[in-house]
Design a protein around this ligand. Structure first.
Ligand code: ZN
Length: 160
């Protein structure tokens, strides 16, 4: 079966940066997504269109088709008092916040001092070229329910 819209794809993938460091990796046979629904980054999704089970491919995704370019305007220094007193804030900690378009984004704390906190609303992988080693494990038709929800359901049914 060929990868196309409304198919559920099981992938095995390894994601590395340009130094070859592994950033992310699927557990065997556990990563599923609904093709054509924007569940995965555009560069990877388009590279997979037309592939079939057993195909192995290397995909290089530029930031524009990945997690976006790094945008300095998304770095911001805000007063320390914007955070609750009891919250633990330190460089490197991450939290969810509402982004400019109302969607949830991951914000990373870059620096903390007594009065201010510097945060970065860029996706942690923004600005990076992403190198995927992908193996297509399985391709099947999406169920009506999956198409309606806009995402794949795991072998045990609903997983959300
Ligand atoms: Zn669902």
């Amino acid at each position: 079966m060929t990868i196309a819209e409304n198919k559920v794809i099981t992938l095995h993938y390894t994601l590395t940066d340009d130094e070859g460091t592994v950033i992310d990796k699927s557990d065997d046979g556990t990563f599923l997504y609904l093709h054509g629904a924007g569940n995965i980054i555009p560069g990877l999704e388009s590279a997979l269109t037309g592939k079939t089970s057993g195909d192995e491919l290397k995909v290089t995704v530029e930031p524009e088709n990945g997690y976006g370019v790094h945008d300095e305007a998304r770095k911001e220094t805000v007063p320390r008092e914007m955070f609750p007193n009891d919250s633990e804030i330190e460089a490197g900690s991450q939290f969810q916040a509402e982004g400019p378009d109302g969607q949830m984004i991951t914000v990373t704390v870059i620096a903390v001092n007594d009065e201010t906190v510097t945060i970065d609303g860029n996706h942690p992988l923004a600005g990076m070229q992403l190198n995927f080693d992908v193996k297509v494990i399985d391709v099947r038709d999406a169920s009506a329910e999956e198409q309606e929800h806009g995402h794949a359901h795991g072998p045990e049914g609903h997983h959300h």
